[in-house]
Write a protein that binds this ligand. Structure first.
Ligand code: GRF
Length: 210
């Protein structure tokens, strides 16, 4: 494949909140660590998500696409998934990165991007799926059930929650004197690096050696 074809592979980053992982991707791109990738779109399902501002600051187009109007109108969830997929496809998006995105997609979305949807989970494979994974790991540690936690980046093959082929995973220790905020900070630091490494490993991007 000629290099020009690989250059500018368009990705969409989906956020629901603070957007620090989006920022890690944007920073890596600015530093030349995601060569061949263009962050072509950010999608937020929440109007107040700070990730929207991060995208604007970086000059990346943003779509605010909430689920609530669909739910209120009694429209099936698949319609939301299909509509969002249509927006991304119209913009020639090739890869989708769920970076703190709080919806689970079904086939109406995923079938448009087979093996091309990446999710970040702040725990190890099989551990603490769903929301509040860091807090639940912290509590499990307090109860003596686990001695550490981790981060994983995986592909999203179906509507399973935080499951799918693992691209990268890394253990993160929990120390006895950690506060929950200490653990969150440690995990987010690993997430920001691991997500970028996963995109490089998947061939979505390549590290610049210049
Ligand atoms: C991350 O911890 C991610 O793993 C989880 O939600 C958090 C989002 O953080 N699913 P941010 O919005 O990227 O700062």
């Amino acid at each position: 494949m000629p290099d020009e074809k690989r250059d500018g592979k368009k990705i969409a980053v989906l956020v629901s909140g603070f957007g620090s992982n989006l920022q890690a991707i944007l920073d890596a791109a600015s530093k030349g660590q995601l060569t061949g990738t263009e962050v072509a779109l950010v999608v937020s399902n929440r109007r107040e998500a700070y990730g929207i501002q991060r995208a604007i600051d970086h000059g990346v187009p943003v779509v605010y696409f909430p689920l609530a109007p669909y739910t209120r109108a009694g429209r099936p969830r698949q319609e939301y998934d299909a509509a969002l997929a249509a927006i991304l496809r119209a913009l020639a998006i090739e890869w989708v990165v769920m970076a703190g995105w709080m919806h689970v997609f079904g086939p109406a979305f995923l079938d448009h991007f087979p093996q091309r949807v990446v999710n970040l989970h702040p725990a190890l494979p099989g551990a603490f799926p769903g929301t509040q994974a860091i807090a639940r790991a912290y509590e499990a540690f307090q109860r003596g059930e686990i001695d550490g936690t981790g981060v994983m980046v995986h592909l999203v093959p179906d509507e399973g929650v935080d499951v799918g082929p693992v691209v990268r995973q890394e253990k993160v220790p929990i120390h006895p004197d950690d506060s929950l905020d200490d653990l969150k900070t440690r995990i987010h630091k690993v997430e920001h690096r691991l997500l970028v490494e996963a995109l490089q490993q998947l061939g979505v991007a390549r590290e610049s050696f210049s």
